[in-house]
Design a protein. Structure first.
Length: 138
């Protein structure tokens, strides 16, 4: 899928002097029903996460605390996006390789996924990923 299908989405930020609130609704704020939620935290300095693509799963990635970079790669183009606002998230399409790095101290990465964990949905080898996406373009 083209890297341009990956979009930074603004979520509704409800301001309150006692603290702000952001709500995410299935098929409204994000274009899928959430079937799995996980979060990454306590990531040691210099470590990277991700390093894979999904065959069928869409993901919505949010920095709920701190910041980090996501490098996206569709096999033809690469771009890096910095996430650092809890009311923004990045929609990552299927067949897009992603790498998360440059985590700030105390950062928390929240991931909402369109499907349950299935190892067969992952492409974990970059050369295999390139071969698959280039075959899809034919």
């Amino acid at each position: 899928m083209p890297i341009n299908d990956c979009k930074l989405l603004e979520l509704n930020k409800i301001y309150n002097p006692q603290g702000n609130l952001t709500v995410i609704t299935n098929n409204l704020d994000i274009p899928f029903e959430v079937k799995r939620i996980f979060y990454l935290y306590d990531i040691p300095a210099g470590q990277e996460r991700g390093g894979h693509a999904h065959i069928n799963t869409l993901q919505f990635i949010i920095s709920v605390s701190g910041s980090f970079d996501i490098t996206l790669d569709d096999g033809f183009e690469r771009k890096t996006i910095n996430l650092n606002r809890p009311f923004q998230g990045l929609l990552v399409d299927k067949y897009v390789w992603n790498e998360l790095k440059n985590f700030s101290s105390g950062s928390v990465c929240l991931v909402l996924a369109s499907d349950f964990y299935k190892e067969e949905d992952y492409i974990r080898n970059y050369e295999e990923f390139l071969k698959e996406v280039r075959n899809l373009k034919k």
